[in-house]
Design a protein around this ligand. Structure first.
Ligand code: NBG
Length: 831
C-alpha cells in the first residue's frame, strides 16, 4: 500500500484520527452516542462530554500500549503512593500533550464552538490540599514524559477539597461534589477489586509447612475498587496510570439481618465501607489523629500493595523479586503503614519468613518527608491503632524490638537514643510514630529542597541520620512546565518559542538561551506586552468573579497558597497597612501603584487562618472606601484558589510573595511556578527560595529576613515580640490600628486573638522580620518603576528557572533512589 493510502486509512478512523474533518466527525459522533444529543439541543456540558471522549479516544492506545509494554519489559515500575493527587483539569492538558491543539481548535471553530467555553465545564478533581498533592500530579506528568513506567496510587475521594466562598469577608466551605456530572477520564475496573480488613483479632499457629504463622481474622472486610485515569506524557510518547481506590461494601445488603427486621443493621456495613473514601481531610500540614483518616491510609495502601503483588504473581514472577520489579515511593508519612502491610502480606498471606520479608520491604520502600513542622508529624494513639489494625500493631512491635536491639548493639548504653528513635512514644499516653516507622522501613529518606534535607539531618531526623547517614538524600521539588507554562501562559510560550524554538517545553534548561535576548529592547518590550495582556485577562476574570475592579497597569503583587501562620500571609497584610498609613501621610509619594492579590483556603477548623482571611478582606475594604488611597493600593482576596485559578494567576504576577519564616517551608512549589512565568520573588531564605535565588542570581531576587540560624539563635536567646512593638513606631501604628478597629468598622474585638498571639508569642516571628520586609518592599517599588530593569529581571527569572522542572526532580529520584530508566516510544506524530 502506498504511503498516501495508508495515511488516508488512519485519517478515516474516527477514534484516532487527528485531522480537522475527522475530529469534527468524532465530536459529533460522541455527542450523539455518548452524550445522547443532537447538536440542536446540546449544552456546553454535552459538548464537554463529547470533546472529552474524543480526546480520550486518542490517548487510549498509547496508554494501554505503555502499560502492557512495561509489564513485558523487565523494567522497574515506580509506584507513587500518595493520599493526595491534585491533578487539575484534564481536558486541555491532554490536548496539549497529544499535540492536537491546532486541528482541534480549527474543528471546534468550524462547528461554531469555543474551547474555552467548553473546557470551563470541567470540574477540577480536587483530590488534594495543596503543594503535596500538586507535587504528586506534576511528578506523574514527568514520569510519563520521561517514559518511566509508573503508577500513582491514591484515593478516589467522593468529595475533594471544599469549594471556598467568601461571605462578608469570611471563608465559607461548600462541599465539592466533583463527580456529580460524571467523570469521562476514569475507567472503573471492578474485576481488579481487592478486599481489605479492619479490626478483629489474630491467631498464631503452625502453617501447613510446619512453620510459625499468624492469621488475622478481621471483624470487617470491605472492597477496594480501582478507577484508572490515563496520564499521557508530553508529545504522547508514553503514559502512566493514576489508579485511585474507592471503598465499597463487600456485600452491599445483608439479607439475613433484613429478614429479622433489622433494616439499619442490614445497611450498616455498606455505610461503614462507603464512608472510608467519602471525603478528603481538608488539613494541610496538620494531623488530627482521627480514626477515619487511619482507615483511609490503610485502605489505599493495602489495596495498592495487593495490586502490585497480584500483577507480580500473574506475570509468573516469584515474590523474592518483588523489590526488583517495584519501587515504592511514600509521599510523606500518610502511606507509611505500607511498611507493616507489606510485611504482613509477604509473611501471613504468602508464607515468607521474617528476614526475607524485611529485606524485600526495606528494598522496595522509600520515604519523602514534606514538613519540618512538629505538629504535622503523624502519630496514632496506640489503643486506636491496635484496635483497628491488631496484626499491624504486632508487626510494628516486632520491627521496633529488632530495631532497638540493633541500635543497642551499635550504641551500647545510650538509652536516650533508644528512647528518641523508638517507634512507640512511651512518654505518657502512648503513640505509634509514623515518620519513624517510615525511616526504619525505607532504603532512602529524602527532603524536598536542599535546606529542608539539611534540616532533616540536623534537626527532625537527626538520630536516624546518625544511624544511617547513607539513607539520606535531597531531591529538590519541581513543577511541570507543560501545565504551568505551556498551558497556563500560551502567549509567553509562543514568544519564548519564537526566539529559542519549542524544545524547552520538554527540556527546560534550554530556557537559558533566552539570556542572549535580554539586551534586545524589542524582545523586552514584547515580553512586557505579553505580561500586560495576561494581567488584563486576569483583571477581567476578577471582575466577573468578585466584581472587584483591578487596574492591570498596577504592579500585581501576589500571595497564593494555603493559609497558615507559618506562611505569614498576615506579614503581608501588616505591610499593606503600613503602606496605607504612609500614603495617607504623604499623598505626593511616588510609589508604584499596587494590586495585592491573595488566594488560598484555610483548614475549616483552623480559626487563626480564617481570621487572617478576614483581616485581608477587611483591610481591602477599608482601602476601597478611602478615595485618597484607593487608586494606588488595592487588595483583593480571590475566592476558591485551586489549580485552575493558579493557571490564571501565576502568568499575571509581577511579584511573587514567598515570605514564610526561615526553616518552616519545606520547599514551596508555587515559588517555582511564579519564577518560570517571569515573576520576581520577594522572599526569605526558606525552602526552595534559597535555590531559586542561587539560580536566578541575587540581583534578580528580593531577599529579606532572618536566616534559619538567626531564627534559632534569636529563639534561644529568648524572643520577645513586644520589644519590637515598643521600639518600632511603624509596627506599633499598624498593630494599634488593627486593634482599635480601624479596619473592622470600629469593632475592636474581632482581631484580638490574632494580635494577642503576635504580641505574646509570635511563634513565626513576624515582628522580627517586619522592618526588613517593609524596607525590602520599598526596594521592590523602586525597581518596578524602572521598566527596563524590571523586564530584565523578569526575563532572567524565566531563563534561569530550568532547574525547577519536575523532569529534573524525577531524574534525580531515578538516579538517587529508584534506579530506573525511561523508555520512550516514538512521538505520536512519528508513529
Ligand atoms: C508541603 C510543604 C511544601 C512543599 C510541599 C511539596 C505538606 C506536608 N508539605 O513546602 O509544606 O512544597 O509539601 O513537597 O503538605
Amino acid at each position: 500500500m502506498s504511503d498516501v493510502l495508508q495515511q488516508q486509512i488512519i485519517v478515516e478512523d474516527d477514534r484516532t484520527g487527528t485531522h480537522v474533518e475527522t475530529l469534527k466527525r468524532a465530536i459529533l459522533d460522541n455527542l450523539f452516542y455518548i452524550a445522547g444529543r443532537f447538536p440542536a439541543n446540546a449544552t456546553s456540558l454535552d459538548y464537554y462530554t463529547a470533546l472529552a471522549y474524543t480526546v480520550r479516544d486518542r490517548l487510549l492506545r498509547r496508554w494501554l500500549e505503555t502499560l502492557e509494554n512495561n509489564l513485558d519489559r523487565d523494567a522497574r515500575v515506580v509506584c507513587y503512593l500518595s493520599a493526595e493527587f491534585l491533578m487539575g483539569p484534564h481536558l486541555k492538558n491532554n490536548i496539549l500533550n497529544l499535540g492536537i491543539g491546532e486541528p482541534l481548535e480549527q474543528a471546534l471553530t468550524e462547528l461554531g464552538l469555543d474551547l474555552d467555553e467548553i473546557s470551563s465545564q470541567e470540574e477540577e478533581p480536587g483530590l488534594g490540599n495543596g503543594g503535596l498533592g500538586r507535587l504528586a500530579a506534576c511528578y506523574l506528568d514527568s514520569l510519563a514524559t520521561l517514559g518511566i513506567p509508573s503508577v500513582g496510587y491514591g484515593i478516589r475521594y467522593e468529595f475533594g477539597i471544599f469549594d471556598q466562598e467568601i461571605r462578608d469577608g469570611w471563608q465559607v466551605e461548600i462541599t465539592d461534589k466533583w463527580l456529580r456530572l460524571g467523570n469521562p477520564w476514569e475507567i472503573r475496573r471492578p474485576q481488579s477489586a481487592v478486599k481489605v480488613g479492619f479490626a478483629g483479632h489474630t491467631e498464631a499457629g503452625t502453617g501447613v509447612d510446619g512453620k510459625y504463622r499468624v492469621r488475622w481474622i478481621p471483624a470487617v472486610e470491605i472492597k477496594g475498587v480501582p478507577y484508572d485515569t490515563p496520564v499521557l506524557g508530553y508529545e504522547g510518547r508514553s503514559a502512566g496510570n493514576l489508579r485511585l481506590w474507592a471503598s465499597e461494601a463487600a456485600e452491599s445488603f445483608q439479607f439475613d439481618r433484613f429478614n429479622t427486621g433489622d433494616y439499619q443493621g442490614a445497611v450498616a456495613e455498606k455505610v461503614f465501607s462507603e464512608n472510608i473514601t467519602k471525603v478528603l481531610y481538608p488539613n494541610d500540614e496538620g494531623i488530627q489523629g482521627k480514626q477515619l483518616r487511619l482507615q483511609q491510609q490503610y485502605f489505599f495502601v493495602s489495596c495498592s500493595l495487593q495490586d502490585m503483588i497480584r500483577v507480580h504473581l500473574r506475570q509468573g514472577r516469584s515474590l523474592d523479586t518483588f523489590h526488583q520489579k517495584w519501587t515504592i515511593q511514600m509521599n510523606d508519612t500518610h502511606p507509611s503503614i505500607a511498611v507493616a502491610e507489606l510485611m504482613r502480606l509477604l509473611m501471613d498471606e504468602h508464607g515468607m519468613g521474617w528476614e526475607a520479608a524485611w529485606e524485600i520491604t526495606r528494598q522496595a520502600l522509600a520515604y519523602t518527608n514534606h514538613t519540618l513542622l512538629p505538629e504535622a508529624l503523624e502519630r496514632w494513639p496506640l489503643p486506636l491503632f491496635s484496635e483497628l489494625l491488631p496484626r499491624h500493631m504486632e508487626i510494628i512491635n516486632e520491627i521496633n524490638a529488632r530495631f532497638l536491639q540493633e541500635v543497642r548493639s551499635r550504641f551500647p548504653g545510650d538509652e536516650g537514643l533508644i528512647q528518641r528513635v523508638s517507634l512507640i512514644d512511651e512518654r505518657g499516653e502512648r503513640y505509634v510514630q509514623m515518620a519513624k516507622l517510615a525511616c526504619v522501613g525505607s532504603h532512602h529518606i529524602n527532603g524536598v529542597a536542599a535546606l529542608h534535607s539539611q534540616l532533616l539531618k540536623t534537626e527532625v531526623l537527626h538520630d536516624f541520620n546518625t544511624l544511617w547517614p547513607e539513607k539520606f538524600v535531597n531531591v529538590t521539588n519541581g513543577v511541570t512546565p507543560r501545565r504551568w507554562v505551556a498551558l497556563s501562559n500560551p502567549d509567553l510560550t509562543a514568544l519564548i518559542s519564537s526566539r529559542i524554538g519549542a524544545k524547552w517545553i520538554g527540556d527546560l534548561e534550554r530556557l537559558r538561551d533566552l539570556e542572549q535576548h535580554v539586551d534586545d529592547a524589542e524582545f523586552r518590550s514584547d515580553w512586557m506586552k505579553v505580561q500586560y495582556a495576561t494581567k488584563v485577562r486576569l483583571a477581567a476574570y476578577i471582575r466577573e468573579k468578585t466584581s472587584a475592579l483591578v487596574n492591570p497597569a498596577t504592579m500585581f503583587d501576589v500571595l497564593v497558597k494555603r493559609i497558615h501562620e507559618y506562611k505569614r500571609q498576615h506579614l503581608n497584610v501588616l505591610h499593606i497597612a503600613a503602606l496605607y498609613f504612609h500614603l495617607k501621610r504623604n499623598p505626593g509619594l511616588a510609589i508604584a501603584p499596587r494590586t495585592f492579590l491573595f488566594g488560598g483556603k484555610a483548614a475549616p477548623g483552623y480559626y487563626m487562618a480564617k481570621l487572617i482571611i478576614k483581616l485581608i478582606t477587611s483591610v481591602g475594604e477599608t482601602i476601597d472606601n478611602d478615595p485618597e488611597v484607593r487608586d494606588r493600593l488595592k487588595v483583593v482576596f480571590l475566592p476558591d484558589y485551586n489549580v485552575s485559578l493558579g493557571q490564571r494567576v501565576y502568568p499575571a504576577a509581577d511579584l511573587s510573595e514567598q515570605i514564610s519564616l526561615a526553616g518552616k517551608e519545606a520547599s514551596g512549589t508555587g515559588n517555582m511556578k511564579f519564577a518560570m512565568n517571569g515573576a520576581v520573588t520577594i522572599g526569605t531564605l526558606d525552602g526552595a527560595n534559597v535555590e531559586i535565588r542561587e539560580e536566578v542570581g541575587p540581583e534578580n531576587f528580593f531577599l529579606f529576613g532572618m536566616t534559619t540560624q538567626e531564627v534559632m539563635a534569636r529563639k534561644a536567646a529568648g524572643y520577645s515580640p513586644s520589644d519590637y512593638y515598643h521600639s518600632n513606631g511603624i509596627l506599633r501604628e499598624v498593630i494599634d490600628a488593627v486593634s482599635n478597629g480601624v479596619f473592622s468598622r470600629g469593632d475592636n474585638a474581632m482581631f484580638q486573638p490574632l494580635l494577642r498571639s503576635l504580641l505574646d508569642r509570635d511563634e513565626y516571628m513576624l515582628f522580627a522580620d517586619f522592618q526588613p520586609y517593609v524596607d525590602c518592599q520599598a526596594r521592590v517599588s523602586e525597581a518596578y518603576l524602572d521598566v527596563d530593569r524590571w523586564s530584565r529581571m523578569s526575563i532572567l527569572n524565566t531563563a534561569r528557572s530550568g532547574k525547577f522542572s519536575s523532569d529534573r526532580s524525577i531524574r534525580d529520584y531515578s538516579r538517587l533512589i529508584w534506579h530506573v530508566d525511561g523508555f520512550k516510544a516514538p512521538s505520536l506524530a512519528e508513529s
